[in-house]
Structure formats: structure tokens, C-alpha cells
Design a binder for this molecule. Structure first.
Ligand SMILES: C[S@@+](CC[C@H](N)C(=O)[O-])C[C@H]1O[C@@H](n2cnc3c(N)ncnc32)[C@H](O)[C@@H]1O
Length: 393
């Protein structure tokens, strides 16, 4: 597996936390008889209480962290998104339910902008798995929007009934995925065992014949996309199951799922034979998922066809699917930019640069997609008025 020659060194505390998590992963492997699925490994590496990447103390987002998300790049993202959410509020109730709210930046921007647009959000609920992130979100909101912070509440699980707008920005890619290989006529699940590797984590890949729902999914994909010889990729059963859990709770609600990914025919294209699984460490993308467990983010791209299918099977309507660039342009990001004063060269230059990162095909514009699914709502959403690619799913 490839890794850049020189990666920033973690400090002694971070290294010790990673060693403690690795020991716990090895104990899980031993207790399970010598092998755990990659999905279980990813769950432990990201969400093990106190030690996992998202549940531990790593900086994660921003310049000091490992990656940057759209709400961290620019408030333009949330301000533009607010224009779509206002339309959802008018058709339902003025409520937002955000999953995995990161630093709280998106919530702060949305609460402010919705107020300014005259479509105030009355209740903003956040489902956050990480106690550390919940505390960070509370601090962000208390600092950025003290007068609106009382409208925000944190939930440990999905509410039973959901009205209004559901948001999940870069959440599906962080759900534990299965790692799989099609080789000759064998359908193999890649798991994790104890052993010696270059990464020094004492963890190695070990393959087994895939079973149950995973095997079924692999057979279907092999038939649809002619996957045979030495083709490795991922299948995110947890993300499909998450949509199946969300769907029956949605009454008059529209969910916007934003993430990097493709339709199945691109995801499982013959040329993408190494899959999309990556580790992110201090703004380096690595293809070794065992490097410093707990200090690296692990992600896979999203198969949006599978997400749309899960939504449909659970009784939702699939209203729209388009690129992030097209969605933001449809929602009016260009007009928003037009309000910035070009005489204020520093601010205008910065906003233009941020918009470029969100929109450029070479950056987030094309790779990131927006999928809208709903129940009991209208379907002519502003964000998909032009360039709706739902037929490609
Ligand atoms: C890459 S971060 C994105 C954070 C934020 N939305 C942003 O854009 O900056 C992924 C987030 O998804 C959260 N997450 C993953 N699975 C989740 C689930 N089932 N429910 C709620 N949050 C989840 C993680 O805890 C993490 O906070």
C-alpha cells in the first residue's frame, strides 16, 4: 500500500491513544475468533467510545485537522442551502434535523441566514454520535448565534416523527462500509486479522467468502457491472440501512444527502478496480486503512444509486440528484456572490476563491452530489430546477 514518504508525526498523547485503540481492535479480533469484517474495523476505528476518530480528541476538521468540508470552507455553502431549506419550510414545518453536525458551522450559518431570509427555523435538532463533537457544536453556536442557540437541541437517536428538512453533509461516507473483492468466480469479503504489516499497526487484510446480504449484493453488482477478475470495491449496507430507518419516520419531510460519490455504473466501472476506500491524515489521502487507527479518518465514496434504491424501497420519493455545483447555482450562489462589493478586494477575493472551491469541477463541484428524497411533499425543488440527473441513478 502506498503512503507519502513523510507524514506529520503525531504527538506522544495521540500516538498513545492510537496504540490503545489498536490494542482494543486486536482484542475484538481475538474475541471474534481471529477475524472481524472491515465494516466492524471501521466502526471501531471511527466510533469506539473515547478512542475512535470521531469519538476521541482528534482535531478532524479545518486547517489543523485532517480534511475540510464545505461548511468549513465557506458560509456561502450554508447561506445558499438556506434558500432551498426555506422552500421546504414553506411546504412543511420550519424544522431542521441535521445528522453529524461537525463543528456546528453549518447549523450556525443556517440559523442566521434562515432568520435573515424571513423563514426562521423554529427547531434545529442535531443527531451527533460523538460527545466531543457535541461539545464543540455547543461552543460554536453559543459563540456565533447566542440569540438563536436555544432553538437547538441534541438527540442521541433519530426522532420517531420527522417534519421539515433533514440534512446529512458528508455523513454517508463516514458510515462503516464492507470491503469486497470479486476474484474469478469467488465473492470475497475483506476483513481484518492480526499480523505484521508495513504500517506497524499489527493489522492485516484477510479475505473470506462473503455471506448473507453482502453476498447477495455482490452477486447483483457482478451481474449488473460484469465484475470478475481481481476487482476490489466497497458496499455500504449500513448507509442503506440508515435510510431504511430514517424513511418511515419522515412524515412531511425532505432529506438532502450531500456527499462525494457517483451512480452505481460509475462507482463500479471496470476501470475503478481499487475502490474508493481512503484514510485521511492531516490533509494527505492514504490508501492504507490501518495507518494510526483513531488518528485517521476513514471514508468511502457514496453509491448514490444504492441510496436512491434504499429510499424508494422504504416508500420515499426520489426528487432530485445533481452535482453540488449545479445545486448551489440553482439555489442562487451566483446572486449571493453578486452582493459582495468588488471594491472590498480582500473580502471579495476570498469569497470568490471559496465559491471556486465549492463549484469548480476540479475541486468539489462535480465529485460532490446532492440527493433529495421526500415523503408527503412537493417535488419541484429549487436546487434541482436545472440539471436534475435523477435518471442516471
Ligand atoms: C466527515 S464528518 C462531517 C461533519 C459535518 N457534517 C461537516 O460537513 O463538516 C462525518 C460525521 O458524520 C457523523 N455520523 C456518521 N454516522 C452517523 C450516524 N449514523 N448518525 C449521525 N451522525 C453520523 C460522524 O460522527 C461525523 O460527525
Amino acid at each position: 500500500m502506498q503512503r507519502p514518504a513523510k507524514l506529520p508525526e503525531p504527538d506522544a498523547d495521540a500516538r498513545a491513544a492510537s496504540a490503545a485503540l489498536t490494542a482494543r481492535i486486536r482484542a475484538n479480533i481475538a474475541a471474534a475468533g481471529g477475524w472481524i469484517s472491515f465494516a466492524r474495523y471501521m466502526e471501531l476505528a471511527l466510533y469506539e467510545p473515547g478512542l475512535g476518530y470521531y469519538s476521541g480528541g482528534a482535531a478532524k476538521f479545518g486547517a489543523a485537522g485532517d480534511f475540510v468540508t464545505a461548511p468549513e470552507i465557506s458560509a456561502l455553502f450554508g447561506r445558499t442551502l438556506a434558500r432551498q431549506i426555506g422552500q421546504v419550510f414553506a411546504a412543511s414545518r420550519p424544522q431542521v434535523l441535521e445528522f453529524g453536525a461537525g463543528s456546528g458551522a453549518l447549523a450556525a450559518t443556517l440559523l442566521t441566514e434562515l432568520e435573515e431570509l424571513g423563514t426562521p427555523c423554529e427547531r434545529y435538532a442535531i443527531v451527533e454520535l460523538s460527545g466531543a463533537l457535541r461539545a464543540r457544536q455547543q461552543a460554536t453556536l453559543a459563540q456565533a448565534v447566542p440569540h438563536l442557540a436555544a432553538r437547538v437541541e441534541w438527540l442521541d437517536t433519530m426522532p420517531d416523527t420527522i417534519d421539515g428538512c433533514v440534512l446529512a453533509n458528508e455523513v454517508l461516507d463516514a458510515m462503516p462500509a464492507h470491503w469486497v473483492t470479486w476474484r474469478d468466480s469467488a465473492l470475497l469479503e475483506r476483513g481484518v486479522a492480526a499480523g505484521t504489516t508495513g504500517s506497524g499497526s499489527g493489522l492485516v487484510v484477510a479475505e473470506r467468502p462473503a455471506q448473507g446480504a453482502l453476498r447477495e449484493a455482490m452477486s447483483g453488482l457482478a451481474a449488473d457491472h460484469k465484475l470478475t477478475d481481481a476487482y476490489t470495491s466497497e458496499i455500504n449496507l449500513a448507509a442503506s440501512a440508515w435510510i431504511a430507518t430514517l424513511a418511515p419516520r419522515m412524515r412531511h419531510a425532505m432529506a438532502l444527502l450531500v456527499d462525494y460519490g457517483f451512480p452505481a455504473h460509475t462507482y463500479y466501472h471496470a476501470q475503478r478496480r481499487e475502490g474508493t476506500l481512503r484514510a485521511h491524515y492531516r490533509h494527505h489521502a492514504l490508501d492504507d486503512p490501518f495507518y494510526l487507527p483513531g488518528l485517521c479518518d476513514l471514508t468511502t465514496h457514496v453509491d448514490f444509486s444504492a441510496m436512491a434504491l434504499a429510499a424508494e424501497q422504504a416508500g420515499l420519493e426520489v426528487d432530485g440528484y445533481t452535482t453540488q455545483a449545479r445545486f448551489l447555482i440553482n439555489c442562487g450562489i451566483t446572486e449571493l456572490l453578486g452582493h459582495s462589493d468588488p471594491q472590498d478586494m480582500r473580502r471579495h477575493g476570498l469569497l470568490t476563491q471559496q465559491a471556486n472551491t465549492l463549484l469548480s469541477p476540479a475541486e468539489m463541484g462535480e465529485l460532490f452530489k446532492v440527493l433529495a428524497v421526500s415523503r408527503g411533499m412537493r417535488h419541484d425543488w429549487r436546487g434541482f430546477s436545472d440539471g436534475n440527473r435523477v435518471h442516471t441513478l
